[in-house]
Design a protein around this ligand. Structure first.
Ligand code: ASP
Length: 290
């Protein structure tokens, strides 16, 4: 299958090359594909990923078709495969897909046009991982030996699952923290205060209530006190350490309002970088290099 489905398919050299390409685009390098059309198919809510892909496509001079699942034939029972097959038959040059189903792309093996994964259930979110890595690289200039702790609703997070795999492959030390009910043991768990004192990167996650089967065991206020990035915890962090979050952020839950845009926060820089990594991925695929 063509496109980008998971970073697990890519070597660390290829990932570093994509980051370099995104940095070149950020510095102003331009490339254009005015004859191409790409459709964005989002079956789950999204602000950043959806519109960041659209900005990336527009910056590459590509025409964007925005699919609306609620007014489409999905409402008449059409499958994902038949929907994507339709776009292929219409002459679209690629599709961006976000879906609630993990590895939904396994149902699309007969599709010939590139598929760009905008998030599959709680499994993976490859362009989010790339933008996180780009932000870390811009900060430190390397990955090897950096310590990162991912904090919060780990078990429901595609960001945590995707990032842990690639960060470890790049030589980073990755830990997790947060409530035991969200600990799925995908990395070593450490207490939050210890993480704040020792990590180079604290990556916060939103509590993903929409994926929960049961009500969270603690209140939102208690969550903030025990597991949130409060002003006091931010002050414990090393001088050069940074705070990241894939967003949407819930101010007052996993992050205090005054910390969200503090000097250590790279949250809005992550969003900016998202446009460039998506441009890099789309361009590389259209050029036949990915
Ligand atoms: N935006 C991220 C995602 O799509 C994180 C989140 O929704 O909390 O997984």
């Amino acid at each position: 299958m063509r496109g980008l489905l998971t970073l697990k398919d890519l070597s660390t050299d290829k990932i570093k090359e994509l980051i370099q390409y995104a940095l070149k685009l950020k510095k102003g390098f331009r490339i254009s594909y005015p004859d191409k059309k790409i459709a964005t198919l989002f079956f789950e809510n999204s602000t950043r990923t959806h519109y960041s892909f659209q900005c990336a496509l527009m910056n590459l001079g590509i025409k964007v078709i925005d699919f609306n699942s609620s007014s489409s034939s999905i409402a008449k029972g059409e499958s994902l495969y038949d929907t994507v097959r339709t776009f292929e038959a219409l002459g679209v040059d690629g599709v961006v897909i976000r879906h609630t189903k993990e590895k939904y792309y396994e149902d699309l093996k007969n599709i010939q046009i590139p598929i760009f994964n905008g998030g599959d259930g709680k499994a993976d979110h490859p362009t989010q991982s790339l933008l996180d890595l780009m932000t870390i690289y811009e900060e430190y200039g390397h990955f090897e030996g950096l310590k990162c702790c991912i904090v919060g609703d780990i078990s429901h997070s595609r960001v945590a699952h995707g990032n842990i795999e690639i960060m470890q492959r790049l030589g980073m030390e990755v830990y997790i923290s947060g409530p035991e009910e969200f600990n799925d043991h995908c990395a070593e768990w450490i207490p939050l205060d210890e993480a704040c004192r020792t990590m180079d990167i604290i990556m916060l996650l939103r509590v993903q209530f929409e994926r929960h089967q049961e009500k969270m065991k603690i209140s939102v206020e208690e969550y903030h006190k025990k597991y949130g990035m409060t002003y006091e915890r931010m002050k414990m962090m090393k001088e050069k350490a940074i705070i990241m979050h894939p967003a949407p952020i819930n101010r007052g839950v996993e992050i205090a309002d005054e910390v969200a845009e503090c000097e250590k926060s790279r949250i809005y820089k992550q969003m900016t970088n998202g446009v460039y990594v998506r441009m890099a991925v789309i361009s590389d695929v259209l050029d036949g290099n990915l």
